[in-house]
Design a binder for this molecule. Structure first.
Ligand code: PHE
Length: 460
């Protein structure tokens, strides 16, 4: 199976790569997934573990993907084929499948954000949290959700079909500053709420006893969330770095990307929890509905809330778009590079398949969890582990040499990076993966409300 030799595209501007990578990282992972994970995993204990993961595992793992992408200038499958021997190409295929699975339900959640944007324009946010919760359940599943999932998917396909320079860079330039301004503004509003004090102590002062007691569920959740939010473990960052044709300082770029991503998630927490505490809602309860229920209730409560809400959810939809683009780009770049398929044909065909695969998630929240947990806690962590093994143990010389381009001699930093990947990162990921599998089996067989076993009993 030879690859087809066609000229590859590259980023139009220096800032293009950083912007696109930030655009990929910042998305529903920060704004939708992060707060509900914090809520379900007990607050500050999760936040502490998550931050540790970002710094000690996420950042080195991001450099791994950058190096692989820039060195090979290939899509993930081609890149792994070139670096490893035959078996590694199967890992590349898992990446493609992972991107496909994630995007299928990602698009459903993104569809909700479009729906909530419109809800603002209709001035229909409900101030009562309970009513807002009911409204979410109505909008999140069923024909409504399928329609907005289709709409979002169509937009993603259109941007990706237009190609790297014209499509992605343009979309991202507007979005990153907008997100920051709006979330910071909302955090200031949340600060004035009566529940803010209680919320801050829940969110910010970790009880290490809680970590010790619940680490078997916090660890895989933190690992999955770190990989998801940084777009790691499925080749998105490999693909983006593969379009780099100059030697930039990848460590610096990586630090900027991780910094933006983590700050935005952190600030979103400062918005969501004061609202939930003020409304008297247990932060663990709303699950996937957390931001929709809590923020919509806040928007329903304040003056001009409809407008601020429309702006907020509109911006989140754009953030989701720039992430979804990178997910689709992984699959499409594979078809272009390895199969010689035309970009437009690939984007449209894959988009159609994604629409179909997303229907179950748009039909029932439990099925969305079924996809989401599998992708985060298993597939992404597995992908990250495989790349750590490849770069740490198989091609470490090449990786060090590639990283030093644009930086200069790495000295002991290079040694620290490689040894961090070789042992601690790999060990932590193996443990996280094993625990993630146990948790997933528990979800599959569990008969508590919201678990898949329960869903089967209810629906069969
Ligand atoms: N990082 C994106 C987000 O936080 C999701 C994503 C995951 C994108 C994996 C690409 C690859 O929303």
């Amino acid at each position: 199976m030879g690859s087809v030799d066609i000229p590859r595209e590259s980023w139009a501007t220096r800032a293009g790569f950083i912007l696109a990578a930030v655009g990929s990282a910042v998305g529903l992972g920060n704004i939708w997934r992060f707060p509900f994970q914090v809520g379900q995993e007990g607050g500050a204990a999760f936040l502490a573990m998550y931050l540790l993961f970002i710094v000690a595992v996420g950042f080195p793992a991001m450099l791994v993907e950058f190096v692989v992408g820039r060195y090979t200038n290939r899509n993930p499958v081609g890149a792994l084929k070139q670096l490893g021997s035959g078996v590694w190409q199967y890992v590349g295929w898992i990446f493609i499948a992972t991107g496909f699975i994630i995007l299928s339900y990602y698009s459903v959640v993104a569809g909700w954000t479009i729906r909530y944007f419109i809800l603002g324009l209709q001035n229909e946010y409900l101030a009562d949290p309970e009513a807002s919760g009911g409204q979410f359940l109505e909008l999140a599943s069923g024909l409504d959700a399928i329609f907005f999932h289709a709409l979002f998917m169509a937009i993603v396909v259109a941007v990706v079909a237009a190609g790297i320079k014209r499509g992605i860079e343009l979309a991202v330039k507007v979005m990153v500053p907008a997100i920051i301004v709006i979330t910071v503004g909302m955090a200031i509003y949340a600060f004035t709420l009566p529940g803010a004090g209680e919320a801050y102590s829940y969110y910010l002062s970790p009880d290490f006893g809680v970590i010790a007691e619940n680490w078997t569920s916090i660890l895989p959740a933190a690992a999955g969330q770190a990989f998801f939010t940084l777009s790691l473990g499925m080749g998105a960052m490999i693909t983006y770095a593969s379009y780099l044709d100059e030697d930039r300082n990848l460590a610096e770029d990586g630090a900027i990307i991780v910094g933006f991503d983590t700050s935005i998630a952190f600030i979103v927490g400062l918005v969501v929890f004061p609202i939930l505490f003020t409304a008297g809602v247990d932060p663990g309860d709303p699950g996937a509905g957390a931001i929709f229920i809590s923020l919509a209730a806040a928007f329903g409560d304040i003056q001009f809330g409809w407008l601020i809400g429309a702006i907020f959810f509109g911006t989140v939809a754009i953030a989701a778009l720039s992430s979804a683009i990178s997910l689709l780009e992984v699959v499409v770049s594979y078809l272009i590079d390895e199969k010689g398929i035309d970009r437009k044909v690939a984007a449209v065909g894959i988009g159609g398949g994604l629409f179909l695969l997303g229907i179950p998630s748009a039909w029932d929240l439990v099925l969305l969890d079924l996809f989401d947990l599998f992708a985060d806690q298993i597939l992404l962590v597995f992908g990250g582990l495989m790349l750590a093994i490849l770069v740490g143990w198989v091609v470490s010389e090449i990786a060090l040499e590639e990283l030093s381009k644009g930086i200069g001699p790495l000295g002991s930093y290079g040694t620290v990076w490689i040894w961090l990947i070789r042992i601690p990162v790999i060990v932590v990921l193996v443990v996280a993966l094993a625990l993630g599998v146990v948790e997933y089996v528990d979800f599959l067989t569990g008969t508590e409300e919201g678990q898949f076993g329960w869903w089967l009993e209810e629906n069969l």
